[in-house]
Design a protein around this ligand. Sequence first.
Ligand code: FES
Length: 65
Amino acid sequence: MVAGGPLLVEGPVELVLADGTVCRSDHPVVALCMCRRSRTPPFCDTSHRRRAHPERPPGGPTAPD
Ligand code: FES
């Protein structure tokens, strides 16, 4: 699992969603959205990257002490 990002699983995969919809991907690695911001659920569309990182200050990382 990528911190703040998707769950990477080995493909191909076939997912059955709660409503019975079946989603299939034949990619060798499949990124599943864990942030619920994807516009293509259940797959990650990199929307998680637009999310602010509270542990990172604006303007970039700080230099080590
Ligand atoms: S984890 Fe990437 S869009 Fe949700």
